[in-house]
Design a protein around this ligand. Sequence first.
Ligand SMILES: N[C@@H](CCC(=O)N[C@@H](CS)C(=O)NCC(=O)O)C(=O)O
Length: 213
Amino acid sequence: MKLYSGPLSMFGAKAEIACHEKSIEFELEFVPFSLSDLYSPKHVVVERVNPKAQVPVLVDGKLEIFDSTQIFEYLEDVYPEPPLWPRNEVQRARARLAELKSDEVFFPNVVCLMPAGAKRVGPEGVAAARRAIQTLYTDLEDSLTTDYLVGDFSYADIAFYMASYFAGFLGEAIPEACPRLIEWQGRVRARSAVRRVVEPMTAFLGSHGIEAA
Ligand SMILES: N[C@@H](CCC(=O)N[C@@H](CS)C(=O)NCC(=O)O)C(=O)O
């Protein structure tokens, strides 16, 4: 199994963490990436497999797939243990929705804080994105009643941990007013699968003078 990702890819990190959680042996290849040129030039395999030319891409024998959530689904089917989706249907639906909301509701706001995103949306867009992030933190704080977002540790935790990790580097860390969410973050950060992926990312950012708030 080979995973194509990037040294700062939040979606690639999701797939990588899931592989480590499931103790899957896989090869990791980082595609060309720099803070100045981003994902240019594109990697030939990524361009061939993904019409959107984005990482992550997973190649397993003849199977070639892309998109972190599609990769989660494949990993769960092929390596069901330990489960990273809840077994109960209702909880599974909730976890899937939480994962989707992290990627498609929360993270687009984080993208607006990145240099290219901020240029695209302008100062008012950046301010709106910051407000939306804080509102979503508060909503999650209010709904968090267990150790993890939905039942046991799941793909939803992986997704939201990574999204909030990048928000933290962009000045929108989880606020002190959300103590349960801060504890949740510490709990996820302590997992060895998460540390293996996030520590090199933090080092990469640090080597470019970028520190978490
Ligand atoms: N929905 C996709 C998003 C993938 C994505 O946005 N990948 C970024 C890196 S984190 C990328 O490759 N960007 C390069 C580009 O869009 O040209 C997923 O879950 O994998």
